[in-house]
Design a protein around this ligand. Structure first.
Ligand code: CA
Length: 536
C-alpha cells in the first residue's frame, strides 16, 4: 500500500514537472530592442528619405509595422517609466528627467519574473542609479546617459542588488550588443523563457559615430526637411521660445568642432583624422546665416544617421544569432524607441513637443506563426500599452490599475471595434523662472486619427492641426471659425481622457507638478464622479 502511494506520488510529480517544463517551453521569449531618440522617419521601413536600415526593415518585413504608435510624454526617463509600469507619468510618479523612479512599485518585469520568466536589462536604463533595476534576474546598465565610447557599466549578476562597476573599452553600441549576446548564449537559465530588454544609448545627443562610420555620407548631401526654415507663424509662444534649434542651440561639441572628452589616445587619433580635414574645410568657408544653418544640419544629420547605421548592424548580429541558435522560432522580436526626434523638422533637434516627429515612436514586432509577415497596423497605440502586451504574451493576468491595452489582438490581425479613438499626451519638464533643458513649455493634448489639439497651459495657448491637410503641422487652425464645433468636441474629449486616466486637477495651473512634490498614487480627481474603471 505504502509502495503504491509512493509510486503514485512520484508519478504525479513527474507529470507535474514534465508539464511545467513543457509549458515553460511553449511560452515565447521576448526580445525588446530599444533605442534612445530614434525617429521613425530615419527607418527605411517607415519610408525614410535619408537612410537605409536593412536589419530593422527585416523585422518589419517579417512582422508588423505600427504606423501610429505615440508616447505619452516625449522624454527619455518618463517614457521608460511608462513602459516599466504601464501607467502614465502622473501615476507612476516619473514626470521629468529630474524625478527619481520609484522602483518599489509594480512593474511588468517583476510580474514576468514571478511567473517564471528569466528577465534581463542590458544597456541604457536611465531611471536613476539610486537603486538597481528591480524585477530582473540580471542587469548590466550604463550609468546615467552613458558615453558613446568606453562606458563604465553596473552589473547586477543575480538580480539581488549587489552591483559591480566594469569599465569597458570600445564603442558603446557594439559593447551593449556583445553583452546581450553573451547573456543569451551563456548566462541565462535555459530552462525558462526569457524577456531581454536590449537597450541602446544611440542615437541620443551628441550623436558620436563609431569608428567604422566616421566617413559614411562624406560625399553626399542629405535632403533637407521642407520645414527646416519654419518661422512658427500661426503657432504660439512655445514654438517661438524653445531652445532646441539647429541655428542657435547646437554646441561645438554637438557639431564635432571639438572632439568628445571620453576617447582614448588611439580613438582620438582616428576621430581627428576623420573630422579635422572636414572642420578645416568648414572654417575656410566662413559661412553665415542660412548657409551656416544648412551646414549645421548636414553635420548633425550625418552623425545621427551614422549612429543609426551601427545600431542597425548590431541588430543584424542579434537577428543572425537568433537564427543560428534556433531561438528565432519561439522569440518575439520588438523594436521601439523611447520617442521620436526632430531631424531638422521645424528647424529643430530634440523632442518634448507633441508634434508628430517627436510624438511618434517606431514600433515593429516579429512574432513567427502569429503576426502576418509584412503587415501594417494603423490603430492608435502607445508606449503605455507595452507592459500589458508583454504580460498578455506571457499569459500573465494584466493588473486592473495598468492604463494601456494589450496589442496582442492587433498582432493577430484583429480589428477591435472598441479600440481607442483618441490618445492623451502630457509633457511636464518646464518650470517658470528656472532654466530647464530646451525650454519647452508644459502642455497636454489629444490626438485622433485626423486632428490634434494642444494646450500650452502655462501660457493658456491652444493649437489645433488637421493632420490630413497639414501633416507637417505648420498651420494652427484653432481660431478659425469653421473649426469651433470641433474645438469644443476635442476639449470635451480631453476632459474625458483626463478623468479616465485620473490626471490630477491642478494639472492646468502654472506650476503644477514641481519635481519635488510626491504624487499620491491613484488620488481621485476632485469632483470626479465615482465611476467603474473603463479601459482607455
Ligand atoms: Ca530619448
Amino acid at each position: 500500500m505504502l509502495n503504491r502511494k509512493c509510486f503514485l506520488l512520484i508519478f504525479a510529480a513527474v507529470i507535474y514537472l514534465t508539464s511545467s517544463v513543457h509549458a515553460a517551453e511553449k511560452r515565447p521569449n521576448i526580445l525588446f530592442i530599444f533605442t534612445d531618440d530614434h525617429a521613425s522617419h530615419s527607418i527605411s521601413a517607415y519610408g525614410s528619405k535619408i537612410n537605409k536600415t536593412p536589419n530593422l526593415d527585416r523585422i518589419a518585413n517579417e512582422g508588423m509595422l505600427f504606423k501610429n504608435c505615440f508616447c505619452t510624454n516625449s522624454i527619455c526617463g518618463p517614457s521608460r517609466a511608462v513602459i516599466q509600469t504601464g501607467k502614465y507619468s502622473h501615476i507612476n510618479g516619473f514626470l521629468t528627467n529630474g524625478n527619481k523612479f520609484d522602483g518599489k512599485q509594480q512593474t511588468f518585469p517583476k510580474l514576468l519574473k514571478k511567473s517564471g520568466y528569466e528577465t534581463a536589462v542590458i544597456g541604457k536604463w536611465h531611471l536613476g542609479e539610486h537603486m538597481p533595476p528591480q524585477g530582473y534576474s540580471y542587469s548590466e546598465v550604463l550609468i546615467g546617459q552613458g558615453p558613446y565610447y568606453n562606458p563604465p557599466m553596473l552589473r547586477d549578476e543575480n538580480g539581488n542588488g549587489d552591483r559591480n562597476r566594469i569599465n569597458y573599452t570600445g564603442y558603446t553600441t557594439d559593447i551593449i550588443t556583445d553583452l546581450a549576446l553573451e547573456w543569451l548564449k551563456n548566462s541565462r537559465d535555459e530552462e525558462k523563457p526569457f524577456m531581454l530588454m536590449y537597450q541602446h544609448k544611440a542615437p541620443h545627443r551628441e550623436w558620436a559615430p563609431g569608428p567604422d562610420y566616421l566617413h559614411m555620407y562624406d560625399d553626399v548631401e542629405i535632403p533637407e526637411p521642407p520645414h527646416l526654415f519654419d518661422d512658427y507663424e500661426t503657432r504660439g509662444r512655445a514654438a517661438h521660445e524653445q531652445d532646441m534649434s539647429i541655428a542657435k542651440t547646437m554646441t561645438p561639441r554637438d557639431l564635432k568642432l571639438t572632439p568628445p572628452p571620453y576617447l582614448n589616445e588611439e580613438q582620438l587619433k582616428v576621430w581627428n583624422a576623420a573630422y579635422e580635414p572636414k572642420n578645416e574645410a568648414f572654417r575656410k568657408l566662413n559661412l553665415k546665416g542660412d548657409d551656416l544653418i544648412r551646414w549645421k544640419y548636414q553635420r548633425y544629420i550625418k552623425d545621427y544617421l551614422r549612429c543609426i547605421a551601427s545600431v542597425d548592424d548590431n541588430i543584424g548580429r542579434v537577428l543572425e544569432y537568433l537564427d543560428e541558435s534556433g531561438l528565432a522560432e519561439n522569440t518575439i522580436v520588438i523594436y521601439s524607441s523611447d520617442q521620436g526626434f526632430y531631424l531638422g523638422d521645424h528647424g529643430w533637434f530634440d523632442k518634448r513637443f507633441m508634434y508628430e516627429e517627436s510624438y511618434r515612436q517606431p514600433l515593429l514586432v516579429r512574432w513567427p506563426n502569429v503576426v502576418k509577415a509584412g503587415s501594417r497596423d494603423e490603430h492608435l497605440v502607445s508606449n503605455v500599452d507595452f507592459a500589458e502586451t508583454f504580460l498578455d504574451i506571457a499569459g500573465v493576468a494584466v493588473p486592473d490599475d495598468m492604463q494601456g491595452q494589450s496589442l496582442v489582438p492587433l498582432l493577430k490581425g484583429e480589428k477591435p471595434k472598441d479600440w481607442r479613438k483618441s490618445h492623451y499626451y502630457h509633457y511636464y519638464e518646464f518650470q517658470n523662472d528656472r532654466r530647464t533643458a530646451h525650454m519647452v513649455r508644459r502642455h497636454y493634448g489629444v490626438r485622433t486619427d485626423r486632428y490634434k489639439l494642444i494646450h500650452f497651459y502655462n501660457v493658456d495657448e491652444w493649437e489645433l492641426f488637421d493632420l490630413e491637410a497639414d501633416p507637417l503641422e505648420m498651420t494652427n487652425i484653432y481660431s478659425e471659425p469653421q473649426y469651433q464645433t470641433l474645438v469644443k468636441e476635442l476639449k470635451a474629449e480631453t476632459i474625458r481622457l483626463q478623468e479616465e486616466l485620473k490626471v490630477p486637477d491642478d494639472t492646468g495651473s502654472v506650476d503644477a507638478f514641481p519635481p519635488s512634490i510626491k504624487l499620491k498614487q491613484n488620488q481621485p480627481r476632485r469632483n470626479q464622479k465615482q465611476q467603474p474603471k473603463k479601459k482607455q
